[in-house]
Design a binder for this molecule. Structure first.
Ligand code: BES
Ligand code: MN
Ligand code: ZN
Length: 505
């Protein structure tokens, strides 16, 4: 689907060649005298278009409009979240007619964030999965025109949103593919494909190299599978070489059976989504390739299956991680942390400005936060604040959870330096405490996306989260002076003006 931004009044949008015209109507009074604005104002007055984001009024062949269908969509206060509700409702209602060309016009002036929200919402509502269907009906919308009062004022936000959509859709695509169509090898091929984009490089390590590096914990998870593991290293260079990078680490379990600590059968299919952290790293690189922000980013993806087999790691086995710490594997289903810990140790070699891991890590996080906010853990105040802010801006929200040392009590082992599980209580936090042991030397944050990476039930499918959050974080970091320092500043407020001029590549 291609996106276009235009300066359009409602009257001009009515003259656009499209199958459906969506008019976004905010709470502010409609002063334009064109027929559609007058109609919207009278519908509002009559109570037929309530001033509540997501409320719709459909029109068929109204006079002087090229599109045969018009949807008036209320967007209330016009804030990004309200625009999202309006656009999602309108696109969903228009989908039945399989429109090819859609025009979305703001009836009142709109800010960049609202325009960006319209773009991501329209893409989200119209995404269709096709990869493994024999007679797939692809997404009907080919062209989406967004009309605003002043296109020049929102071009930057619009372009970034378009790039973010490409990233979100790549993440959705890989998240949705079944495990036999998304093996570690195939994920690595997808990563290599990203190296075609400017300033992106990719390197893929296999079992031999991983063993040589001493990643005994990662290798232990992979040893029960017939599929060879892959360790993917992506690099994006948008800033001078000596600038410390942000490292993203994505959990890439392409299928999680639980291993010997086998999961129950119900909904086990959803464990194909256990590589959504990895998919979010791929998606973020896809967006970076388009946006080309002035920042350096490294993406690390440990990827393997967690299978049950004669060779599989067993409860009680002790493995040696790359850091040298030994780990007692009390539960083979707590495998995410076992692959992430070695990737975190590997991250040190980049002398990172910050390391963020992204993982569908714990069922406990789903219980705690549901599907609305991802869990955020960090030992670094500035990094935590910046990620929270990025979540708000992108409407890909997270919620910070604590990391008190008391939570690590249960990780004690009689036979190794640490156990891979603690008791049931506070499971998302004890998992984060385990990871923290491997992230001592740098500014670190952990995003538990177990509840937010995919939807279950009738709408089962990957959400592409938290690509929006990550892209927003990285681009605002590039735009502020922060990225220049090579270190995460302790007192920096997100969004504060840049201290130094932007460096050129
Ligand atoms: N991939 C799962 C986490 C998960 C479970 C995500 C359900 C989304 C829905 C992870 O590998 C796992 O199995 N975690 C265990 C940890 C436990 C054994 C300490 C869990 O959460 O049950
Ligand atoms: Mn598991
Ligand atoms: Zn898992």
């Amino acid at each position: 689907m291609d996106f276009q931004l235009k300066t359009l009044t409602v009257a001009q949008a009515a003259a656009e060649k499209s199958d459906v015209l969506i008019v976004l109507v905010g709470s502010a009074p409609l002063t334009s005298k064109d027929p559609l604005s007058v109609l919207a104002a009278s519908a509002r007055k009559a109570g037929d278009l309530p001033d509540k984001a997501g409320k719709l009024l459909g029109l068929y062949r109204p006079e002087d409009v090229v599109a045969s269908r018009v949807v008036l969509a209320a967007i209330g206060d016009g804030k990004p979240a309200s625009v999202r509700s309006g656009v999602v409702a309108a696109v969903n209602s228009a989908k039945a007619q399989a429109p090819k060309r859609v025009t979305v016009v703001f009836a009142q002036p709109a800010e960049g964030a609202a325009v960006a929200s319209a773009v991501t919402a329209a893409a989200d509502a119209s995404y269709v999965y096709t990869a493994t269907k024999s007679k797939a009906e692809p997404r009907s919308i080919r062209h989406l025109t967004v009309g605003v009062a002043d296109a020049a004022a929102v071009t930057g936000a619009f372009d970034a949103a378009r790039a973010t959509v490409a990233g979100i859709e790549l993440a959705k695509e890989w998240g949705n593919r079944p495990a036999n169509h998304a093996t570690p090898t195939l994920l690595a091929e997808a990563a290599k494909g990203l190296a075609k984009l400017p300033n992106i490089k990719c390197e893929v390590l296999g079992p031999k190299e991983v063993e040589k590096l001493g990643m005994g914990s990662f290798a232990a998870v992979a040893q029960g599978s017939a599929e060879p593991l892959r360790f993917i290293v992506l690099r994006y260079h948008g800033a001078p070489k000596d600038q410390a990078p942000v490292v993203l680490v994505g959990k890439g379990i392409t299928f999680d059976t639980g291993g010997v600590s086998l999961k129950p059968a119900a909904e086990m299919d959803e464990m194909k989504f256990d590589m959504c952290g990895a998919a979010s790293v791929l998606g973020t690189f896809r967006a970076l390739g388009d946006i080309q922000p002035a920042i350096n980013v490294v993406g690390l993806i440990p990827s393997c299956e967690n299978m049950n087999d004669g060779r599989a790691v067993k409860p009680g086995d002790v493995v040696t991680s790359m850091s040298g710490q030994t780990i007692e594997v009390l539960n083979t289903d707590a495998e995410g942390r076992l692959i992430l810990c070695d990737a975190l140790t590997y991250a040190k070699r980049f002398e990172p400005a910050a390391v963020i891991d992204i993982a569908t890590l714990t069922g406990a996080c789903v219980v705690a936060l549901g599907g609305v906010r991802s869990g955020l853990f960090s030992t670094n105040e500035a990094l935590a604040a910046a990620l929270e802010a990025a979540g708000e801006t992108s409407q890909d929200r997270c919620w910070r959870l604590p990391l008190d040392d008391d939570y690590a009590e249960g990780l004690k082992s009689n036979f190794a330096d640490v156990a891979n599980i603690a008791g049931r209580a506070g499971g998302a936090i004890t998992a984060a405490k385990f990871l923290q042991r491997f992230a001592g030397d740098f500014a670190w944050a952990h995003l538990d996306i177990a509840g937010t990476a995919w939807k279950s039930g009738a709408a089962k499918g990957s959400t592409g989260r938290p690509v929006g959050l990550l892209v927003s974080y990285l681009t605002s970091r590039a735009a502020s002076g922060d990225a220049r320092t090579g270190k995460a500043k302790k007192t920096k407020t997100p969004g504060a003006p840049a201290k130094k001029a932007r460096a050129t590549k």
